[in-house]
Ligand binder design. Structure first.
Ligand code: PLP
Length: 361
């Protein structure tokens, strides 16, 4: 069977070239006579995989020297707890921007450890926008400001980086990391689960400014302590070695494609094609404010929800799969991360137009 265009929000498509490379190295990695999966994580061979992945990421994202890159487990969800556990640093309150489902989960977890101040919320607007910079209320005593630059379910993305002065800014970049260039120096912590735009599930990337490691409390369990994890170079225990290796291959693939500005241009073009198709039709709709529309996750509804299942069935027969929207939103969602080729978006737009013609009243 031919490979399909998979619009899943995550785990999501991986670049075919990466899968092929992994396949060719599956049984025997670089004349080692072993698969990566069978190697000691502390051996010379895996250490070279580690270093290659980290240095490729540092070059791609232009990560400053005073940031540590951690390759952890537990997904982005573990960071919802690790951030307040590690970063309150003697303070009692932390600020959170609430822009949808993932923000809410981060907030709920933080409430176990801190007084949460909601610095801005778009809930009144049904999470169809991001707050403007002047709507963000950040008390001086906040330990940090946390936000979700891209809400994967709602398809809402910030078009700017909030200014926080001396207060560390924390971003859950799970569904938008590596989608375009980013000024890492604006952040205290950037984190992302891998299964959307980095590699396979099982890995969570954390990029943390070194000065934030100094005051992680000793009472935090070692496996959840950024300082312990950083001091042991992400090898306090056995890391997810195969996911780490695949992430490294994805970083190399992005570099070969021309890096993050090329990625950004392609992603913007892909998203614009899809939103244009939605906006120019009276059959499809997307409720998100134009400035806050995500380049990565594009939810849309059909004029008649009774047609949803027919739409999904027919799309699948055309090799356009996993377009069903999140259960909390309904309708459709097309996730178009880095690994989704532009032709996949073109095929979807073509199918949508044909479906509209066939089903309009
Ligand atoms: C998918 C996602 C998560 C959860 O990731 P896990 O790796 O499953 O824990 C958190 N935040 C955002 C923005 C996401 O898209």
């Amino acid at each position: 069977m031919a490979r399909v265009y998979n619009f899943s929000a995550g785990p999501a498509m991986l670049p075919e070239a990466v899968l092929q490379k992994a396949q060719s190295e599956m049984l025997d990695w670089h004349d080692s006579g072993m698969s990566i999966m069978e190697m000691s994580h502390r051996g010379k061979q895996f250490m070279s995989v580690y270093e290659q992945a980290e240095s490729a990421l540092r070059r791609l994202m232009n990560i400053p020297e005073n940031y540590k890159v951690l390759f952890l487990q537990g997904g982005a969800s573990s960071q919802f707890a690790m951030i307040p556990m590690n970063l309150l640093r003697g303070k009692t309150s932390a600020a959170y921007i609430n822009t949808g489902a993932w923000s809410k989960k981060a907030i709920a977890e933080a409430k176990r450890y801190a007084t949460v101040h909601i610095a801005a919320s778009t809930e009144d607007n049904k999470f169809c926008s991001a707050p403007t910079a002047d709507q963000i209320d950040l008390p001086a005593e906040s330990a940090y400001l946390h936000y979700t630059p891209n809400e994967t379910i709602g398809g809402v993305e910030f078009s700017y980086i909030p200014e926080t002065g001396n207060i560390p800014l924390i971003g859950d970049f799970s569904s938008t990391i590596l989608s375009r260039p980013l000024d890492v120096s604006k952040f205290g912590v950037i984190y992302a689960g891998a299964q959307k735009n980095i590699g396979p599930a099982g890995l969570c990337l954390v990029i943390i400014r070194e000065d934030l490691l100094d005051r992680c409390s000793d009472s935090i369990p070692a496996i959840l302590n950024y300082k312990t994890l950083s001091d042991s170079d992400s090898m306090y225990n056995t890391p997810p070695t195969y996911s780490w290796y695949l992430a490294g291959l994805v970083f190399e693939w992005i570099k070969q494609k021309g890096g993050l500005s090329v990625m950004g241009n392609t992603n913007q073009r892909k998203a614009e094609k899809l939103y244009k198709a939605i906006d120019e039709s009276s059959f499809y709709a997307n409720p998100v404010a134009h400035v806050a529309r995500s380049w990565m996750n594009v939810p849309f509804t059909l004029a008649d929800a009774n047609l949803d299942s027919v739409f999904l069935e027919q799309a699948t027969t055309r090799g356009l799969v996993t377009l069903k929207g999140h259960r909390s939103v309904g309708g459709m969602r097309a996730s178009i991360y880095n690994a989704m080729p532009e032709e996949g978006v073109d095929e979807l737009v073509k199918f949508m137009a044909e479906f509209e013609t066939a089903n309009s009243l």
